[in-house]
Write a protein that binds this ligand. Structure first.
Ligand code: GLC
Length: 552
C-alpha cells in the first residue's frame, strides 16, 4: 500500500520563510533575501531540506507581496536577482531546495497587464481580468464582499465598468477562462523552474474559476453583502484548469506542488491530490479553523475541543492514505501562533510548543514548520488597531464595528486572530529588535524575545528548538516516521492526541497530552519503550500535564 521509495519532499521537512519578517541585512526595517541566505546554516542545522519563501517579487506590498506587479523579477525591497541566484546556489550546497509561491488568482493593480486591461474596453488585454457592467442603478454587479472586507468590485472610470477582486481592490482577479492568461502564468512558473526551484506553493487556488452566472447571494452581513468565498470558491470545472497547470508546469520535473485550497473538504481531497489529482499536496484548513459557525472569526479559541482537532487531522489522513500525500502544519503566515491557538492562557508555552511539535513532526506526511514555530514564538500583545499593519485585519475590524461589536470586542478578535501574530519579527537573539534589524522594525518585536530566541535556545538542550532538532533527527533516521501508516488511538480522549505509525511490523507511537492534568495511560502503552519525552522523570502509568512522549 505504501510506496517503498519516497520522493525527496516526502521524506524531508519544509521550512516556511516570510521574508519581510525573517532577517533584515540592510537596516531598512524589513527582511530581505540576503537575510535568508545568511541563515541557511541555521536551517540546515535544524534539519529541513526545503524552504518555501512567500512572494519576493516586485510588489506595491499592499498585501505584503501577494499583490505581484512582475512575476519574473525580484522586488527591490527584497534585493536583486543576483541575491536570489546566490540563495539558490548556497541552498543547493546544503542540500536545501527553494520553493516559490505562485499567486495566480490575482496580481497587483500596478501590473502592466492590469494597466493595459483597464485602459479601454477593446485593448488586447481587455478581458484578462473580470470586468462587468454596473447594475442599471450604477451599483456593483453583485453584492459580493471581498475577503478583506468591502465590496469585491471596484469601479474603473476609464472603462465605466467594475472589476472583480476576491481580496483587496489592489489585487484584481485574473480571468482564467482566457487561455492567453493561463499560459502567461505557466510561463512565469517556468521561469523559476529554469532557475532550479524545488517546487511551488500555489496561492488561493480555489478561486480561479468563476461561476457561469454572476448573481447576488443571500446576505451574511448587516450591510447586505455576502462573502465572495461563498459565491465563487471551488466552482465546477476548476480541476480542468488545474490539470492543464499540472501538465504544463509540473510535467516530469522532480518538484512538488502544494495548493492552498480554502474550502476543499477532506472527502474531496482525492480529486485534488495524487496521481489522478492536480497537486502533490493540498493545504486545507479544517484543523485550524476549529471554532465553527457564524461566530467563527469572533470566537475565543478555547471554544474548540481536542476531539475536533483530532478528527479533522484523521479525516485528512484517511483521505490521503492510499492516494496523495498530506502536508502537516499548524502555522503559516496567515494563522495565529499555534501555542495561543490550541492552548489556554496559563499553559506553559514551552511545554505547549513541544506538545504541538511532537504531533507535527511524527505525523504521516511532510511537516511544514513556520518561521519561529521551532522556537515556540507566541502571539504579540496587541493593544490598539494602529499597531497592526495587516490589510485583512483592518478590513475585518471595520466589519466587526459595522456589525455592532464595540471597539474593545473587535480588538479581542484582533488579538487572537490577526495575521500579524505570525508576522512579528523572527526572534534571533535576546538583543535589540531580537536581532532582526539594526533599523526600525516594521512590526513590533515580541517582548518574550529575551528568552524565546534562536541564539539562547541553541545553547539550551531543553529548549523548543532542541526538541525540534531531536524530532527531525528521529524522522530522518527512523523510517517508520516517514514510511509508516497512521492510526489514531484513544480517539475519544479530550486530553491526549495519540497515534500509531507502523511500517513493516515496526511501530512508533506518539502520545501528546494537550491538557493541564495528569492522564492515566492505557495498558497498551505502559509496556512500551519510551524513546523521547519532554519530561525528565517518566511515569510509565501516566502522562504529566503537557507531556509529549514518543514510544517504540
Ligand atoms: C493567501 C495568502 C495570504 C494572501 C491571500 C491573497 O491566502 O496566504 O497571505 O493574503 O492569499 O493572495
Amino acid at each position: 500500500m505504501f510506496s517503498k521509495k519516497l520522493k525527496w519532499w516526502q521524506s524531508g521537512a519544509v521550512y516556511q520563510v516570510y521574508p519581510k519578517s525573517f532577517l533584515d541585512t540592510d537596516g531598512s526595517g524589513t527582511g530581505d533575501i540576503k537575510g535568508i541566505t545568511s541563515k541557511l546554516d541555521y536551517l540546515h542545522g535544524l534539519g529541513v531540506n526545503a524552504v518555501w519563501i512567500t512572494p519576493v517579487y516586485p510588489s506595491p506590498m499592499v498585501d505584503n507581496g501577494y499583490d505581484i506587479s512582475d512575476y519574473t523579477a525580484i522586488g527591490e525591497n527584497f534585493g536583486t536577482m543576483n541575491d536570489f541566484d546566490e540563495l539558490m546556489r548556497e541552498a543547493g550546497r546544503r542540500g536545501i531546495k527553494i520553493v516559490m509561491d505562485l499567486v495566480f488568482n490575482h496580481c497587483s493593480d500596478k501590473h502592466k497587464w492590469f494597466r493595459e486591461s483597464k485602459s479601454s474596453r477593446n485593448n488586447p488585454k481587455s478581458d484578462w481580468f473580470i470586468w462587468r457592467d454596473p447594475k442599471p442603478n450604477g451599483e456593483p454587479p453583485t453584492n459580493w464582499r471581498s475577503i478583506f472586507g468591502g465590496s469585491a468590485w471596484e469601479f474603473s472610470h476609464e472603462r465605466q465598468q467594475y472589476y472583480l477582486h476576491t481580496f483587496a481592490k489592489e489585487q484584481p482577479d485574473l480571468n482564467w477562462a482566457n487561455p492567453e492568461v493561463r499560459y502567461a502564468l505557466y510561463d512565469a512558473a517556468k521561469f523559476w523552474l529554469d532557475k532550479g526551484v524545488g517546487g511551488f506553493r500555489v496561492d488561493a487556488i480555489t478561486y480561479i474559476k468563476k461561476p457561469e452566472v454572476f448573481a447576488d447571494g443571500k446576505p451574511d452581513a448587516e450591510d447586505g453583502t455576502v462573502n465572495v468565498h461563498t459565491m465563487t470558491a471551488n466552482q465546477p470545472g476548476i480541476l480542468d484548469y488545474l490539470h492543464e497547470f499540472k501538465r504544463e508546469v509540473e510535467g516530469d520535473n522532480d518538484i512538488f506542488t502544494v495548493g492552498e485550497a480554502n474550502g476543499v473538504k477532506a472527502d474531496e481531497l482525492a480529486l485534488w491530490v495524487g496521481e489522478e489529482g492536480v497537486f502533490d499536496m493540498l493545504f486545507e484548513f479544517s484543523h485550524v479553523t476549529l471554532p465553527l459557525g457564524k461566530a467563527e472569526i469572533w470566537c475565543h479559541p478555547v471554544d474548540w475541543k481536542l476531539t475536533d482537532l483530532k478528527r479533522a487531522i484523521s479525516d485528512s489522513q484517511k483521505a490521503t492514505e492510499t492516494n496523495g500525500w498530506y502536508p502537516v502544519f499548524f502555522e503559516n503566515h496567515d494563522q495565529p501562533r499555534s501555542v495561543n491557538h490550541f492552548f489556554t492562557e496559563g499553559a506553559d508555552p514551552v511545554k505547549a510548543a513541544k506538545v504541538l511539535g511532537a504531533v507535527l513532526l511524527t505525523m504521516r506526511g511532510t511537516p511544514f514548520i513556520y518561521q519561529g514555530e521551532e522556537l515556540g514564538m507566541t502571539n504579540y500583545d496587541w493593544r490598539t488597531i494602529d499597531e497592526v499593519d495587516d490589510i485583512q485585519t483592518k478590513g475585518q475590524y471595520e466589519l466587526a464595528l459595522k456589525e455592532g461589536f464595540t471597539p474593545e470586542e473587535a480588538m479581542k478578535f484582533v488579538r487572537y486572530f490577526t495575521r500579524d501574530n505570525a508576522r512579528t519579527p523572527m526572534q534571533w537573539t535576546a538583543g535589540k529588535n531580537a536581532g532582526f534589524t539594526a533599523g526600525e522594525s516594521w512590526l513590533p518585536v515580541n517582548k518574550n524575545h529575551i528568552t524565546v530566541n534562536a541564539e539562547t535556545e541553541m545553547r539550551d538542550s531543553k529548549s523548543v528548538l532542541s526538541w525540534y532538532k531531536r524530532l527531525l533527527e528521529l524522522r530522518r533516521t527512523n523510517h517508520v516516521l516517514t514510511m509508516g501508516s497512521y492510526r489514531e488511538i484513544l480517539t475519544d480522549s479530550e486530553e491526549v492526541f495519540a497515534f500509531v505509525r507502523e511500517y513493516e511490523g515496526h511501530e512508533v507511537v506518539t502520545a501528546a497530552n494537550f491538557s493541564m492534568n495528569a492522564v492515566k495511560l492505557p495498558e497498551s502503552l505502559t509496556g512500551r519503550k519510551v524513546i523521547l519525552s519532554n519530561e525528565k522523570e517518566i511515569d510509565m502509568e501516566e502522562l504529566k500535564p503537557l507531556e509529549a512522549r514518543i514510544y517504540q
